[in-house]
Design a protein around this ligand. Structure first.
Ligand code: GLN
Length: 281
C-alpha cells in the first residue's frame, strides 16, 4: 500500500534539528502549527516534518493540466494540488503519465495520488478511492463548424467519433449504435482529427473542449450547447490509502478560506459554483 514518501535523508536531518528547536520553544511552535494540518501517512509524523506525495497527471488536458513552453506543468489541477498540499502540510511531486496508465500506477503503488480531471465513476471507485469532488464538469459533443446535422446525442448514430482512450467520453461513445470510434492518446489529438475533417464528432469533457475552441488552439470546430452527462472530478488515491484524510482536509480548508475560488477565477474567469460533498454516482 502506498504511503507518503519521506523527504530525502538530509532534509529529514535538518527537520529533525528543527523539531528539537520546536521542543525547546514548544509553546510558540505549537501556535505556529495550529493552522497547518500535517499529512500523515500511517506512520507517525512529527509536526515539523515535511512529507511528499507523488502525484500522477496526464498533462495534455488544458486548462486543468498542460505543459508550459519550458515544459513546466501548469493548470487548475496543478495549482489546486499544490494549494491542498500547502494547507495539509505535504509537498507535491508530479509525475506525468498517460491517462490510461494512471489507475494501474495507483494500484501498483508507484504513485500516491492522481489529479487529472478524473471523473468519479462507480467503476473506477471499485479499484481506487476518491477525494471529495473538487470540480463539476460534463461531456460535450464537438462537431465541425459547418455541421448542421448533429444537434444532439441521438444524431451521433452511425457517425465517426474521436475520443481519448480510457475516458468517460470513450465509454459514452461506445454506447452509440453504429458509431465508428477512433481512439487517441490525448484529447487534443482527438480534437485535431475533427478539425482535419477525419471524424464527424468528438466526445470530451466540456470545459476542455470549450477551452480549446475559445483559446484558438483548435479551429473550425463548435461545441453543441447541451451537455450529455454531469460529472464530478476527484483526486484518486490507492484503495485504503490513509492519505485521503489529509487530501480531504486540505481541500476543505481551501474551499473555506477562498483559495479554491481564487484558483477558479484564475483559470475559468468566474466564481466557483457550489460543490456537493459527495459525487452522485
Ligand atoms: N474526465 C474524463 C475522465 O475521467 C477525462 C479525463 C482526462 O482525459 N484527463 O475519463
Amino acid at each position: 500500500m502506498a504511503k507518503l514518501t519521506r523527504s530525502r535523508f538530509l532534509r529529514q536531518m535538518l527537520l529533525g534539528v528543527l523539531s528539537c528547536v520546536c521542543v525547546v520553544t514548544f509553546a510558540a511552535c505549537g501556535a505556529n502549527q495550529g493552522g497547518s494540518p500535517t499529512a500523515t501517512g500511517g506512520e507517525g509524523t512529527t509536526g515539523a516534518e515535511t512529507t511528499t506525495l507523488r502525484v500522477a497527471t496526464e498533462p495534455a488536458f488544458p486548462p486543468f493540466e498542460s505543459q508550459g513552453s519550458g515544459g513546466e506543468l501548469e493548470g487548475f489541477d496543478i495549482d489546486l494540488m499544490n494549494a491542498i498540499g500547502e494547507a495539509a502540510g505535504f509537498t507535491v511531486q508530479f509525475q506525468s503519465l498517460p491517462f490510461d496508465g494512471i489507475i494501474p500506477a495507483l494500484q501498483s503503488g508507484t504513485v500516491d495520488a492522481a489529479i487529472s480531471a478524473m471523473t468519479i465513476t462507480a467503476e473506477r471507485a471499485q479499484t481506487v478511492d476518491f477525494s471529495r469532488p473538487y470540480f463539476k464538469a460534463g461531456l460535450a459533443i464537438a462537431v465541425q463548424e459547418s455541421d448542421t446535422e448533429v444537434t444532439s446525442f441521438d444524431d451521433l448514430q452511425n457517425k465517426r467519433i474521436a475520443v481519448q482512450i480510457g475516458t468517460t467520453g470513450a465509454a459514452e461513445a461506445a454506447k452509440i449504435e453504429g458509431a465508428q470510434i477512433r481512439t487517441f492518446d490525448s484529447a487534443p489529438l482527438a480534437l485535431q482529427e475533427l478539425a482535419n475533417g477525419n471524424v464527424d464528432a468528438v466526445i470530451n469533457d466540456a470545459p476542455v473542449t470549450l477551452y480549446a475552441v475559445q483559446s484558438g488552439n483548435i479551429g473550425g470546430v463548435k461545441v453543441i450547447g447541451q451537455l450529455i452527462t454531469e460529472e464530478f472530478y476527484g483526486i484518486a488515491i490507492p484503495k485504503g490509502s490513509p492519505n485521503v484524510e489529509a487530501i480531504n482536509q486540505g481541500l476543505a480548508t481551501i474551499l473555506e478560506d477562498g483559495t479554491y475560488n481564487e484558483l477558479h477565477q484564475k483559470w475559468f474567469g468566474e466564481d466557483a459554483p457550489d460543490l456537493p460533498e459527495t459525487a452522485p454516482i
